[in-house]
Unconditional design. Structure first.
Length: 382
């Protein structure tokens, strides 16, 4: 068996831990969902210690996408990653023969790079280029070939094993830091679910079929709603003001926040059952803040010794100043649920605040509640 061969997820012969059954990683789940809706966001880099369900969460998302999950091994060659052109066939037949690489195999699915901080920089560049453009281009001896390569890029890393260079880290759209919960009740629920899955995976998966189908339907609806969302000059102005105040380099952060806020607005409204074309969907303050919380922290580091992260109070103050500089053309609703056309605020999706202590999870619920917990609505039974 070739140790460099990609490991492809086979959902027919191997049960996957349900995405909706994962406990305590709502921020990571949300980042993966938003990137799945808009791959142009540029992928997600997941930073965290070992044993925090990074790989489990990524694999659990794959069944909800059109493609498959493809692992990129650290020892892969450039031809195996990007693809190659068979020059001998060109010389003998006059026609170019393209041998697809892992980037092409991941089209429509997930390209997963474990320990991406240990991958050679030139391969990281190739992967990030394909993730940003949705295409892979191979050139050899004056012959070039382009192929579609639209995938969700996910890289994981343990900071204890080394960091990505800031130039490469900046090219990832979103970054999420994951840690194990310190709440005993949450840790106990995580262990109970893992043991139950290992003991009888079929029965365990069957418990979450209904919630999984709800998530699949919401993803489909959110994808349809994207075309109804407009990035107004006010929204773009506020995003620009935030990026300027946090002194990020270049314009990539502005683009990532704009795309992520648009994806979050679609996801939020899909949670309220808003039908495509039924109303104009506005991007509200919460959409921009959620996007900024995941797009800015890894772009503020100036050297490897800087601590990652973002002070939420500082973000709130900066956003207030951005609103003063770019006021609403029309008054925004006090609650995003009003804009989404729902009468049930409890169903509103939101992002949990990792700094707040989660409550004891429900016996059959996939995650804890707390902080801005209403954003975790798709991961628990209504």
């Amino acid at each position: 068996m070739d140790k460099n061969a990609p490991a492809v997820q086979d959902s027919v012969h191997q049960q996957v831990f349900p995405f909706v059954a994962i406990v305590g990683q709502e921020r990571l789940q949300l980042a993966l969902i938003l990137t799945a809706l808009v791959p142009e966001i540029g992928g997600v880099v997941i930073r965290g210690e070992k044993g925090t369900a990074k790989t489990t969460t990524v694999r659990a998302l794959a069944p909800f996408l059109d493609g498959r999950l493809v692992n990129l091994p650290l020892g892969a060659t450039e031809d195996r990653v990007v693809g190659s052109i068979d020059v001998e066939t060109v010389l003998t037949t006059g026609h170019a023969c393209f041998n697809p690489g892992l980037l092409s195999e991941a089209d429509g699915g997930i390209l997963y790079v474990d320990e991406i901080n240990l991958l050679p920089d030139h391969l990281v560049d190739s992967v990030l280029d394909a993730a940003a453009t949705g295409r892979v281009v191979v050139e050899r001896d004056g012959i070039s070939h382009a192929a579609t390569s639209r995938f969700v890029l996910v890289g994981t890393m343990n900071p204890e094993e080394g960091e990505l260079r800031p130039q490469l880290l900046d090219r990832f759209g979103l970054a999420v830091d994951v840690t194990a919960s310190k709440e005993p009740s949450v840790r106990a629920e995580i262990v109970a679910r893992r043991l139950a899955f290992d003991a009888d995976s079929d029965s365990f998966v069957a418990r979450f079929v209904s919630a999984s189908e709800e998530l699949r339907a919401r993803l489909g609806l959110a994808g349809q709603l994207l075309s109804d969302i407009c990035l107004t000059s006010t929204v773009l102005g506020r995003i620009a003001s935030l990026c300027a105040e946090f002194d990020v380099d270049g314009m990539r952060a502005d683009l990532v926040i704009a795309r992520t806020a648009r994806a979050h607005a679609a996801w939020r409204c899909a949670g309220h059952g808003v039908e495509p074309g039924s109303c104009a969907i506005e991007i509200v303050d919460e959409d921009i803040k959620v996007a900024a919380e995941m797009a800015l922290p890894h772009r503020r580091r100036r050297d490897p010794f800087d601590e990652p992260g973002l002070d939420t109070n500082q973000l709130d103050e900066a956003f207030d100043r951005a609103k003063e500089e770019f006021p609403d053309e029309t008054p925004q609703p006090d609650n995003p649920e009003e804009q989404a056309g729902t009468d049930n605020p409890a169903d509103a999706p939101d992002t949990p605040d990792a700094s707040e202590t989660p409550a004891t999870p429900e016996p059959n619920g996939p995650g804890e509640k707390g902080g801005r917990a209403n954003q975790g609505a798709p991961f628990r039974r209504p």
